[in-house]
Design a protein around this ligand. Structure first.
Ligand code: ADP
Ligand code: ADP
Length: 226
């Protein structure tokens, strides 16, 4: 079973705008996959549909064999999402944000704290566990988003433009961290409009433009063509 299977995915927004025109995509377990495309291509729409934050108009999506239409809870348990914008309660302490997120997946509080500790330490946020999110720096908030997405230990991690607007130092640290968890077995998909980011991290790449996948290949093959 693929980590992600997308078949003929379409999306027409309420205002009539056709954002996705029949996307087909398969990402295999263990892959580090880049979805590259210019602004407005449909990357965020695709990700939002995979995470069931936006309804699709047509087509099928399944995550490790779990169809999001018929088996949503199981699908969600396999998925960690790092959205582009901070969407946590900024008045909540960092530790609580993680423990509450784990709670959505039915993880008991005690176990949730163990996991929160593990991920906060890995992401160098443990010292900040009692701090409210508002008091974190931009780089720390990014790391908190990643920790939150991993607290239920999903098999697939999807990141929407993870390094948009961060400085080179933070970007490098984040790349190293993502490589490490990919090597530990987590399938990763990220969207980006930087070829450099995709090139540095990913072996497989899909290029999306105007709501269509126009290329789906290995990074090596793509670079040979350029
Ligand atoms: P990307 O992430 O590749 O920049 P998006 O998926 O955010 O692209 O957007 C794809 C297209 O859909 C853009 O033209 C955008 O303006 C449009 N779009 C996004 N959200 C909505 C919405 N809620 N209603 C109408 N159009 C939208
Ligand atoms: P609701 O839609 O009622 O807020 P969710 O469980 O879908 O409940 O989402 C709770 C919060 O977690 C939201 O802020 C959402 O953006 C975020 N979220 C949803 N799914 C995931 C996921 N798979 N991984 C990480 N965060 C998620």
């Amino acid at each position: 079973t693929p980590a992600l299977h997308i078949e003929n995915l379409t999306k027409t927004y309420k205002n009539g705008f056709v954002a996705l025109k029949g996307i087909d995509l398969n990402v295999q377990p263990g892959e580090f996959y880049a979805l590259l495309g210019p602004n407005g291509a449909g990357k965020s729409t695709t990700i939002s549909i995979i995470a069931s934050l936006v309804n699709k108009s047509g087509g099928r999506v399944s995550i490790f064999g779990h169809d999001i239409d018929t088996d949503l809870y199981a699908a969600k348990c396999c998925l960690g999402l790092v959205p582009q914008e901070f969407n946590f309660n900024v008045f909540e302490p960092v530790g609580e944000i993680l423990v509450n997120q784990a709670g959505y997946y039915g993880i008991p509080r005690r176990e949730a704290w163990n996991r929160a500790e593990r991920w906060l330490k890995k992401l160098e946020l443990w010292d900040k566990r009692k701090e409210i999110a508002r008091n974190l720096s931009g780089g720390m908030k990014r790391r908190l988003m990643i920790a939150r997405a991993l607290v239920h230990e999903p098999k697939l991690l999807i990141l929407d433009e993870p390094t948009a607007g961060v400085d080179i130092e933070v970007r490098r640290t984040m790349w190293d961290f993502l490589r490490e968890i990919n090597q530990a077995g987590v399938t990763i998909i990220l969207t980006t409009h930087y070829l450099e980011e995709a090139e540095s991290l990913c072996r497989k790449i899909g290029i999306i433009d105007h709501g269509q996948i126009i290329e789906n290949t290995s990074m090596k093959a793509l670079l040979a063509k350029l």
